[in-house]
Write a protein that binds this ligand. Structure first.
Ligand code: ADP
Ligand code: MG
Length: 711
């Protein structure tokens, strides 16, 4: 039988027979390129028992592979230490994190995970060189253990003096400059959310990445890790215990590049999707299928659900040759009284969207909504970088309840996270950029819990003033819906009856847990339709998710001149009106992007590669409706609430500076004020004039040109 100590010879034959050329190329490009990638299937087809040996004894066989690689490099005239990186492990090596136990320890294991945290990089000695202080002899010891430095016990008889460390006969000095160091990084990984049963906590594990793998991944990435689970003794109060912790030593990592690859759709399911897309009542069917337990009898709720359908599908994100990018995701904000089903809608959307997440602004983790550099036990109290909800929902949808309760850090990072759809963190020796390419569906309550009646003579009662969110942040949303809980006998009765009928249809949880009934959504698995309480057909959550994933990854609608004309005409007309009417609201160029996204989303819903004139018209209608409803509620489209001309430039610009200073550690620059100010309709000249006036009056203090602080 093939033994571990035979593996060096096997590797040599394998390399010589299958990839001699690649190895000499690699030798020449070392150390620029460290990794030598090898597909497992190729080893398997070369020699099955050898491939088995690698799976069962990865640590020793891989070490041998690296040694053989170094020898081959030397033989072709190069001093190089490349590392083999085996990828494409077979399905029987695939395990969920929660399945990794003592059985898998020290075997080659692969897992699908999401990266949640990374530590800073730290150099570690890989090969230590010691000198005996008595005779000057050199001793080399390789260091496989990241927790403990292995020192020589004695100086060898041959070539050295034979003295021992014990009893103080001699000492050994570590020669840093000659020892080989490599980078080390701890990575925390978590099971993929879709593999976790609802209600249970995802399992997390710490992974040790070395050399070129350290620093390769950022939080939020979904990867397949190939590695070797190993154990370390758990220490309690400095003493070793018989308990162990499992870690994974990372050998290689792979990334799949199909977006939303976790949702598998069969060809017959695609046929079903296309059949549904052909229905005349497609939009109504989708609207009915969004949170069916929430009544749509009311016109506004109907529009809200329609907007949520568009949000699920989203517009097309595009990149340009100047390196910029525009987002395709549609952000929606629900502002409203308590008890109007905001949380219910959010939790539904978080559940059915591919890569959906539901979280609250107050947050449950230190990383909050965006990301944070945290100090905790994961990295021995040093900094590590942790992904927040938006990062983990990359390419999906993040539903954020209690959006107004988010932390000051999140408030500061949110603008970038929503518009540029990435987060930069630079703190504690870690710097990374993480993507947040998700649609944000946020909900917030009025500041005092409930909207107070609007008194037209008192601007502080205007609805937007009752919301605890800064205007620049609100302006990141494509649509803002105001939901007031007003008394209306007919509607109250309809909602009341609907709620009771929904409840009657539910299955008591006790019966499910005692095994007398089945989980109602389990019955719907692989079904396309179900019925709502009114007996209408609606799509199941399972099918909705597949539909959306298929549409999002297959269709990237483009628009022609006709579509452009419709959207631009609408925009310019609105701007014109705004200019004529002193009391009207201002509207920025952002709105044209928003309508294009909505039109693209609608084209996607119909599984089309192009935007039609109808899509454009419907998008305009949607844009008009939310603005109209928002205006009725006295929140204008610029979210500043006061008609443009009537606004006091000074007050508004002062407010902008105050917000910026709060978000940006107490000071802000003139261009930052421009950025926000321009959006609110002020030109640079006005902003300069106001800033200078305020400095002269002592409201602001400028430590140097272009930098502002509050006095
Ligand atoms: P919010 O988050 O806005 O405070 P919730 O989502 O917690 O409100 O809703 C409170 C309850 O009222 C939920 O059980 C919800 O189903 C019910 N409800 C409120 N409005 C409606 C409606 N229009 N149709 C059906 N149920 C509703
Ligand atoms: Mg709520």
């Amino acid at each position: 039988m093939l033994q571990v100590h035979d593996s060096a010879a096997r590797w040599r034959s394998f390399f010589e027979e299958t990839c001699a050329n690649e190895i000499s190329t690699l030798a020449a490009s070392w150390p620029r390129q460290i990794a030598f990638t090898q597909d497992f299937a190729q080893i398997q087809s070369w020699d099955v028992p050898f491939a088995e040996l690698i799976l069962n004894h990865p640590r020793a066989t891989i070490r041998n592979a690296d040694t053989v690689l170094a020898t081959l490099c030397r033989e072709s005239g190069y001093e190089a230490n490349p590392r083999i990186r085996i990828t494409g492990l077979p399905p029987d090596a695939l395990h969920k994190l929660r399945e990794i136990s003592s059985e898998e320890v020290e075997t080659f294991t692969t897992s699908e995970v999401i990266v949640t945290k990374v530590s800073e990089l730290k150099p570690r000695i890989y090969n230590a060189i010691f000198t005996c202080t008595t005779c000057g002899n050199t001793i080399e010891i390789s260091q496989p253990n990241e927790l403990e430095l292995i020192e020589p016990l004695e100086c060898p008889e041959t070539g050295g003096c034979g003295r021992r460390r014990a009893g103080g006969q001699t000492r050994f000095d570590l020669r840093w400059e000659d020892s080989v160091m490599i980078d080390n990084q701890w990575i925390e990984v978590q099971e993929l959310p879709e593999n976790v049963k609802p209600g249970s906590q995802p399992v997390r594990l710490s992974v040790l990445a070395e050399a070129e793998l350290a620093g390769k991944h950022v939080p939020g990435e979904r990867i397949r890790i190939n590695g070797i689970p190993y154990v370390r003794t758990l220490k309690r109060g400095g003493a070793k215990t018989p308990m162990f912790d499992i870690y994974i030593s990372l050998h290689s990592s792979e990334r799949k590049n199909i977006p939303l690859e976790e949702i598998e759709i069969t060809p017959s399911e695609i046929e079903e999707i296309e059949k549904v897309a052909d229905r005349d009542d497609l939009v109504e069917l989708f609207v009915r299928s969004i949170a069916p337990s929430i009544i749509v009898g009311e016109e506004k709720m109907n529009w809200i659900k329609k907007s949520l359908v568009l949000q699920l599908l989203g517009g097309v994100a595009r990149k340009f040759d100047d390196g910029t990018r525009t987002r395709g995701d549609i952000h929606i904000l629900l502002l409203g009284d308590p008890g109007v089903a905001k949380s219910q809608i959010l939790s539904f959307m978080g559940r059915i969207s591919p890569r959906g997440r539901f979280t609250t602004g107050g947050g449950t983790s230190a990383a909050g909504l965006t990301a944070a550099a945290v100090r905790d036990a994961f990295n021995d109290g040093r900094f590590s970088l942790e992904a927040g909800a938006l990062v983990l929902a990359d390419l999906g949808l993040c539903a954020v309840d209690e959006f107004d309760k988010m932390t000051p850090d999140d408030r500061g990072a949110m603008h970038e996270a929503m518009e540029q759809q990435r987060i930069n963190i630079n703190k504690g020796g870690i710097s990374a950029t993480m993507p947040t390419r998700c649609a944000v569906l946020a909900a917030a309550n009025p500041r005092d819990g409930r909207f107070k009646d609007v008194d037209w003579g008192d601007p502080s009662t205007y609805l937007h003033k009752q919301i605890d969110l800064p205007p620049p942040l609100i302006s990141r949303f494509d649509m803002v819906w105001m939901i007031q809980d007003s008394v209306d006998k007919g509607r109250d009765r309809r909602i009341g009856e609907h709620i009771i009928r929904v409840k009657r249809k539910g299955v008591p949880e006790h019966l499910i847990e005692s095994g007398h009934s089945v989980e109602p959504d389990a019955l719907l698995k692989d079904q396309i339709f179900t019925t709502d309480v009114d007996g209408n057909d609606v799509l199941t959550a399972d099918f909705l998710q597949k539909y959306v994933a298929h549409a999002k990854r297959t269709y990237h609608p483009t628009s022609d001149d006709k579509v452009m004309t419709i959207l631009v005409d609408h925009y310019t007309e609105k701007r014109q009106k705004m200019d004529d009417d002193v009391n009207s609201v201002s509207l920025t160029a952002r709105s044209i992007e928003a309508t294009l996204r909505m039109a693209e989303a609608r084209a996607r819903l119909y599984l089309r590669e192009y935007v039609t004139e109808d899509d454009a018209k419907q998008a305009i209608a949607m844009d008009g409706i939310w603005r109209h409803l928002a205006n009725d509620s006295n929140i204008n489209s610029d979210h500043t609430g006061v008609p443009k001309r009537a606004q006091s430039a000074e007050r508004t610009i002062m407010a902008i500076v105050r917000n910026l200073c709060r978000e940006l550690d107490g000071e802000c620059t003139t261009p930052e004020v421009y950025n926000v100010g321009l959006e609110q309709g002020f030109d640079e000249e006005t902003i300069d004039r106001v800033l200078n006036n305020m400095r002269n009056r002592g409201d602001l203090y400028s430590p140097r040109i272009g930098l502002w602080r509050l006095n």
